[in-house]
Design a protein around this ligand. Structure first.
Ligand code: GDP
Ligand code: MG
Length: 212
C-alpha cells in the first residue's frame, strides 16, 4: 500500500499489542464476524478498516447501554455551547462512513510517523491484562503530549469488557492515571467500555465516529 496514503489517514487506532484493536475494528465493520472463538493474528504493520455508519445511527444503539462519558466537564460544556453556536451557523453533517487505520502495538516507536493529518484517535486498552494497563497509560500519555495531536479527539476504549476477570472501569481508569492526566490535557477525551464479542459500547463508539 502507498505509504503516503496511510500516513494521511485522519482516524487512527492504536494501543498496546493484543489490546483488542483488530477485533474491535473488525466487529465495528461487521458485528457478526466476531465471537468468543475468533482469533486475530498480531498486526505487523497496519490494517485499514472501513466502517459504515449510515446504518448504525446512535439512536439505533442499545438503549440500556451505558452512555459514553466525557471526562473533561469544562471542555465538554464549552463544546456544547460551541455546538449550539455552530447550529446557528452551518452544522457539519455526521459522517456516513469512516476509514480507520490500525497501527500495530509492536510499532509503538513508529506511531508518531502517522500523526500528520490525524484528527481522531481510538486508543484501546485491554482491561483483562493487569500487567499491561500501566504501560498502556504511559503510551497514552505520549500521545496526549504530542504537539501535533493537541486538537485531536481521543476515544479511550476499555476493551474486552465481556471477560469476568477484567478490571472494573474505575480501577482501570485509576491504573491509567486518567484523573491526573485530564488536568493537564487539552484534547477532548471520551471513555467507552466495550467488547468486540458482546458489542457492549458499540452505540457510543459509532456515535463518536460519526462526529465530523
Ligand atoms: N473475549 C474477548 N476477547 C477479545 C476481545 N478483543 C480481543 N480479544 C482477544 O484478544 C486477542 C488479541 O486481539 P487483537 O484484536 O488481535 O489485538 P490487537 O493486537 O490490539 O489488534 C484476540 O485474538 C482475541 O482472542 C473482546 O472484546 N473479548
Ligand atoms: Mg491488531
Amino acid at each position: 500500500m502507498d505509504a503516503s496514503f496511510v500516513s494521511q489517514m485522519s482516524c487512527i487506532c492504536v494501543g498496546p499489542k493484543r489490546a483488542g484493536k483488530t477485533h474491535l475494528l473488525k466487529a465495528l465493520e461487521n458485528p457478526d464476524c466476531i465471537d468468543e472463538t475468533t482469533y486475530s493474528m498480531p498486526t505487523n504493520g497496519t490494517n485499514i478498516f472501513t466502517i459504515n455508519l449510515s446504518t448504525r445511527l446512535p439512536n439505533a444503539a442499545n438503549p440500556t447501554e451505558k452512555k459514553q462519558t466525557d471526562l473533561n466537564d469544562e471542555k465538554n460544556s464549552n463544546e456544547v455551547s460551541g455546538a449550539t453556536e455552530l447550529k446557528n451557523k452551518r452544522p457539519k453533517a455526521p459522517l456516513k462512513c469512516i476509514r480507520v487505520l490500525e497501527i500495530g502495538g509492536a510499532m509503538a516507536p513508529l506511531w508518531r510517523q502517522y500523526y500528520e493529518k490525524v484528527s481522531k484517535i481510538i486508543y484501546v486498552v485491554d482491561t483483562s491484562n493487569l500487567c499491561q494497563i500501566s504501560a498502556a497509560g504511559v503510551l497514552l500519555y505520549s500521545i496526549l503530549a504530542e504537539p501535533r495531536l493537541q486538537r485531536c479527539r481521543i476515544l479511550l476504549v476499555l476493551a474486552k469488557m465481556d471477560y469476568a476477570y477484567r478490571q472494573m472501569r474505575n480501577e482501570a481508569l485509576l491504573m491509567l492515571q486518567i484523573s491526573k492526566l485530564q488536568k493537564e490535557i487539552r484534547q477532548q477525551l471520551t471513555i467507552v467500555e466495550a467488547s468486540a464479542v458482546s458489542h457492549v459500547g458499540f452505540g457510543a463508539i459509532y456515535a463518536w465516529l460519526q462526529i465530523p
